[in-house]
Write a protein that binds this ligand. Structure first.
Ligand SMILES: Nc1nc2c(c(=O)[nH]1)N[C@H]1C(S)=C(S)[C@@H](COP(=O)(O)O)O[C@H]1N2
Ligand SMILES: [Mo]
Length: 301
């Protein structure tokens, strides 16, 4: 891997990198386009399709700040970092320096083993809390600069089409979001009576603080149990007891993170973002339960 620096370039071999002090941390990666089909209306049937571009792993590697310290960046000029992959697309993404110096990692390990080829072997950047595209696989070059690079994946793609036709660029963070995974679209409740409603919540800004669950489309809410340990920028499992009376129900979850941010309804999200985006849809998901027990994807404003 080459670090193209403000002063001079330095080449790190894998052996060099693996001699440096390492850290291991749990973090999610969510594609910015996760739930992107649903901006206008219901489009897909199951949670795998609506929220499946998401995973959480234990990542092992070297903090990027260690490498930036070692090569010695010019703190007066340096404002952004560029990461480039060695794939055919040469995926290149800009990261603000403050983020790079905070919790960004240069990873060689995932879940206690070396990265798998599909996940970027031998080296990948991990930018916790930020849309997946910034976690550049097959990392081969890092550069430091004073402006964003405006690469293809930052100008043609991964821009948010706002009401009025404006394109919003450089929206890195994956804001707080949650989804009920069971019962969810495509499943069938076999009989009335006890069910555990369970799902996942996460925030690109920190820890999940609270998850509320509604079974009547957002009129009444109860607070769910969070499975410990709750970690920053990691998936958090929530659970709550429910007795199904056999009638129609609208299941929803709503997360609040430790910044106080509350997951928006579709009405709230669309008021700001319109309906023509692809990226960063973190609206409250609704699953409708029919008296037949069938569960389907619906949108409640
Ligand atoms: N070099 C490179 N890195 C890449 C990509 C790519 O096409 N090339 N895809 C990105 C995108 S869009 C996402 S969402 C994440 C997915 O990471 P995962 O496969 O570990 O879930 O990898 C990112 N890293
Ligand atoms: Mo992605």
């Amino acid at each position: 891997m080459v670090m193209g620096m403000v002063r001079e370039a330095k080449v790190y071999t894998m052996d060099d990198l693996m001699r440096l002090p390492a850290v291991s941390r749990m973090h999610f990666i969510e594609c910015g386009a996760n739930t992107g089909m649903e901006w206008g209306n219901v489009a897909v049937p199951t949670v795998q399709y609506t929220h499946g571009m998401l995973a959480c792993s234990e990542w092992t590697g070297v903090p990027l700040s260690t490498l930036l310290d070692e090569v010695g960046i010019d703190r007066a000029k340096a404002k952004f970092v560029l990461a480039e992959g060695a794939d055919g697309a040469s995926l290149t993404r800009t990261i603000p320096l403050a983020m790079a110096l905070d919790d960004v990692m240069v990873c060689y390990g995932q879940n206690g083993e070396m990265l798998r080829p599909e996940q970027g072997y031998p080296l990948r950047l991990l930018v916790p809390g930020v849309q997946g595209v910034s976690s550049v696989k097959w990392l081969r070059r890092i550069e430091v600069g004073d402006q964003p690079w405006n690469t293809r994946e930052e100008s043609l793609h991964y821009v948010d089409l706002m009401p009025g036709g404006i394109h919003r660029q450089y929206t890195w963070i994956q804001e707080a979001k949650s989804v009920i995974t069971s019962p969810s679209g495509g499943q069938t409740l076999l009989d009335r009576g006890y069910y555990e409603i369970t799902g996942l919540a996460w925030s690109g800004r920190g820890k999940v603080k609270r998850v509320d669950v509604s079974t009547d489309g957002g009129r009444n809410w109860r607070t769910a149990k969070l499975q410990e340990p709750v970690m920053s920028k990691a998936l958090t499992r929530f659970r709550i007891d429910w007795s199904w009376d056999g009638g129609p129900a609208l299941l929803q979850s709503r997360v609040m993170d430790d910044t106080g941010f509350v997951q928006p309804t579709y009405r709230q999200l669309r008021a700001v973002r319109g309906t023509r985006s692809i990226y960063h849809n973190n609206a409250i998901q609704t699953w409708k339960v029919e008296p037949s027990g069938e569960v389907s994807n619906v949108q409640v404003l």
